[in-house]
Design a protein around this ligand. Structure first.
Ligand SMILES: *Cc1c(COP(=O)(O)O)cnc(C)c1O
Length: 362
């Protein structure tokens, strides 16, 4: 087999090896089809089976209630920053946004461009986004059209550990970087969106769960492609969907189901994250960015005593086959992204690299 290094990239990110091997094996000719998945029509029976199989696996994995639609869209999570307010905020209405890091900041900024009021219901920016607000800190307006949260802040490495109580106001979540990294209570949300390239599939597809009742809100004037109703009505086949990404997503969903579903995924992710957080906590050298109670299972962020040491760390880690550890340019430091498909051996390798680096430079 070709040698693979450990890929700590925040996204596009590591995929399960078994999935890559299956996709490779079947790339030239899909069994029973005789054509590559890269060549088949999105209107073909073969693709029908792929997209329906993918949806069935997703529904089974996450226990998605029947009154929710599962959509496969394009434009990334970033497009959802605009589609959510365009569809869900009535003219003259407002929405509440909880700002916990760079991604929720972007989401609220886009909502404000739609021309209605997107308010910041709570923000931890003054604390450099080291935590998620507590329920009692949320200043929620009962008249708001919806409340928006970002369940995992990929750049800062903080993750919501609870579903906020919005008192009946529809809750919307950007779950791009922790979707299916742990069980998810879909019934608590009116809409959940996730760009696929962190935890689900290669880049190109965005997964959306939307509750049936909110569809009635979309104004008639919306461009066809930006109206959720279009994609519900045509089952994500209004225009050509990203066929290959959906195919790989189906394989990833099958892999998750075969490996014990979301509870088992969460257990594995907790074990993996603990190895790195323990390495941080047991040293006086590394400093975790997030407060312990809000630490992400997916993106572990930490600092070293100086920026020079951080550069040295990244460069030596890369040489040791640990790739993609440089923190996002806006935050600095180190970020280890350890999504579902990231192997435990890679985390063990990082933890021992950290100990060795501290022994040398600490
Ligand atoms: C990566 C990411 C995005 C942006 O996703 P695109 O698909 O590149 O638009 C948005 N939100 C979160 C939480 C992310 O991690």
């Amino acid at each position: 087999m070709t040698e693979r290094i450990y890929n700590f990239s925040a996204g596009p990110a590591v995929l399960p090896l078994a999935v890559l091997e299956e996709a490779q094996r079947d790339l030239v000719s899909l069994p029973g089809v005789g054509m590559s998945v890269l060549e088949i029509s999105h209107r073909s029976k073969a693709f029908d089976e792929i997209i329906q199989g993918c949806e069935a696996n997703i529904r089974k994995l996450a226990g998605i209630p029947d009154n929710y639609h599962v959509l496969f869209l394009q434009g990334g999570a970033s497009m959802q920053f605009s589609m959510v307010p365009m569809n869900l905020m009535p003219a003259g209405g407002k929405a509440d946004y909880v700002v916990t890091g760079s991604w929720s900041k972007k989401a609220v900024k886009e909502a404000q461009k739609i021309g209605q009021t997107a308010a910041v219901a709570a923000s931890t920016e003054s604390e450099n986004f080291t935590r998620v607000p507590k329920q009692e800190e949320l200043k929620l307006d009962p008249q708001a059209a919806y409340v928006h949260i970002t369940t995992n802040e990929t750049i800062h490495g903080v993750e919501w550990k609870y579903d906020p109580d919005t008192g009946g106001v529809p809750l919307v979540a950007d779950a791009s970087s922790d979707i299916f990294g742990r069980p998810i209570n879909v019934g608590k949300y009116a809409l959940i969106y996730s760009g696929a390239q962190k935890n689900l599939a290669p880049a190109g597809v965005t997964l959306v769960f939307i509750r049936d009742d909110v569809l009635a809100r979309s104004p008639q004037s919306l461009p066809t492609m930006l109206d959720y109703n279009t994609h519900v009505k045509d089952k994500s086949l209004y225009n050509t969907p990203p066929v290959f990404s959906i195919y790989v997503m189906r394989l990833v969903m099958k892999w998750l189901l075969e490996n014990g579903g979301l509870e088992a995924a969460e257990r594995r992710n907790q074990e993996k994250a603990k190895l790195i957080y323990d390495a941080i906590d047991s040293s006086g050298f590394y400093r975790g960015h997030a407060e312990p109670g809000d630490r992400s299972l997916m993106n572990v962020t930490f600092r070293l005593p100086s920026e020079d040491l951080e550069k040295q760390f990244v460069s030596e880690a890369t040489k040791a086959g640990l790739d993609g550890l440089k923190g996002h340019r806006s935050v600095g430091g180190i970020r280890a992204s350890i999504y579902n498909a990231f192997p435990k051996e890679g985390v063990e390798a990082l933890a021992s690299f950290m100990k060795e680096f501290e022994r040398t430079y600490g």
